[in-house]
Design a protein around this ligand. Structure first.
Ligand SMILES: *Cc1c(COP(=O)(O)O)cnc(C)c1O
Length: 390
């Protein structure tokens, strides 16, 4: 049975008429960049996320970059980021000639450890970027408290977490100073090209973001500051507006798939109790854990990725591939071990929990339209592999 990591076709087919119509409408309007379609998309997202300002931008990476520019990050400033995330989280800091300061993660959630964040604050620190990795919120109360005590700005990287609610029901992205989202096609809410969103409840920051998005020009051709081309195009806005009303249901289906995996792993006798950090038995599978699980809050975890940890991860991955099951490694190399950051002076061993996660985690297919039979096949195949190994 073939099980792809992600198959976007069924989603497209289920909304084909609506999507085609929306795209054709943009073609007919001949209004391609920003404009009325982007304005109305921003309003819809403000309502959904319950925030004051939302601005469509060119990508999730640019959302992070423009956010750092808006809070005035300058050469020599330090910005604290988890060492375990997608490259953009750290790359944007370096692009402004500021210094990314890496810290370790909480191995249960894979998210930044607030205590490690606090320990690494110096006189040069200006901001922190908590990443809501794999679709689960960071420990925001703790992070906001530490940031406030130290006069730091909080830029939330919600690229994998649009629609995720924190334990009190607030949407991630609305808790810090600026929230950033990505609409890369493979994210939970994907456009038909690159796209992103920055949100804020702060009027002044929102105004700065608006100006920076169009080369820093308050009025056309007059520039007080230097911005960039961070504009979203109208086709992306139109597609995203069609898709947004379905997002919560897709998240629900992902959560149900995760629960199916969890149950099957537990009943297979292979799974360790969720959330443990060490392998007690070599023949075990560590399951992901939703720490804010609650009946009142719907989207406590939206499973952008379903990540298990196993020994002999690379061998398992090959075995699954031979059985037509696609998987991915998010992420094989933490920032502190990346060649491009060698000048920062970190070494292997500095962040053991991130290193362990990089070596043992594997993403299984979790997309909404996955069938129960496919999930059963994945678990059965993993069980076969483990029984052969140990
Ligand atoms: C995808 C992603 C980004 C970047 O988004 P793009 O739209 O691809 O530029 C940033 N941070 C994280 C955590 C991501 O997963």
């Amino acid at each position: 049975m073939r099980v792809p990591l992600l198959d976007l076709k069924p989603q497209y087919l289920s909304l084909k008429n609506e999507l085609d119509e929306a795209i054709i409408k943009v073609a007919e309007s001949q209004y391609f960049i920003l404009g009325p379609e982007v304005d109305s998309m921003e309003k819809v997202f403000c309502e959904y996320l319950n925030c004051k300002h939302a601005l469509g931008v060119s990508s999730g990476t640019d959302a992070l970059l423009i956010a750092l520019m808006a809070i005035g990050i300058k050469p020599g400033d330090e910005v604290i980021v988890p060492t375990f995330s997608f490259f953009a989280t750290a790359g944007v800091v370096s692009r402004l000639n500021a210094t990314p300061v890496f810290v370790d993660i909480n191995p249960v959630t894979f998210n930044i450890d607030p205590k490690e964040f606090e320990k690494n604050i110096t006189a040069k620190t200006k901001a922190v970027i908590p990443v809501h990795l794999y679709g689960q919120s960071c420990e925001m109360d703790e992070i906001i408290k530490i940031a406030k005590e130290n006069g730091l700005k909080v830029i939330e990287d919600g690229a994998q977490a649009i629609g995720v609610q924190y334990k009190d029901g607030r949407h991630v992205g609305t808790i810090g100073d600026i929230g950033c989202f990505s609409f890369f096609p493979s994210k939970n809410l994907g456009g038909y090209g690159d796209g992103g969103l920055v949100i804020s409840n702060d009027d002044k920051l929102a105004e700065r973001l608006r100006i920076l998005r169009v080369h820093g020009g308050e009025s056309k051709y007059y520039h007080k500051t230097i911005g960039g081309n961070f504009r979203l195009d109208a086709i992306q806005a139109a597609v995203l507006k069609v898709k947004l009303p379905y997002l919560d249901n897709w998240s629900k289906q992902r959560r149900e798939n995760a629960e199916t995996y969890n149950k099957l792993f537990m009943s297979s006798g292979l799974a360790e109790e969720t959330g443990k950090t060490n392998f007690d038995k070599r023949n075990s599978v560590l399951l992901p854990k939703a720490i804010y699980k609650s009946n009142e809050i719907k989207n406590y975890h939206i499973y952008n990725q379903y990540i298990i940890r196993v020994e002999k991860r690379d061998e398992l991955r090959q075995y699954l591939a031979k059985n037509e099951i696609s998987t991915e490694i998010y992420y094989p190399v933490p920032f502190h071990m990346q060649e491009c950051f060698a000048n920062l002076g970190y070494k292997r061993g500095d962040f053991p929990l991130s290193e362990m996660s990089a070596e043992t985690s594997i993403a299984l297919p979790i997309y909404p339209e996955l069938s129960k039979e496919q999930i059963e096949f994945v678990v059965r195949t993993i069980k076969d592999f483990i029984q052969k190994q140990f």
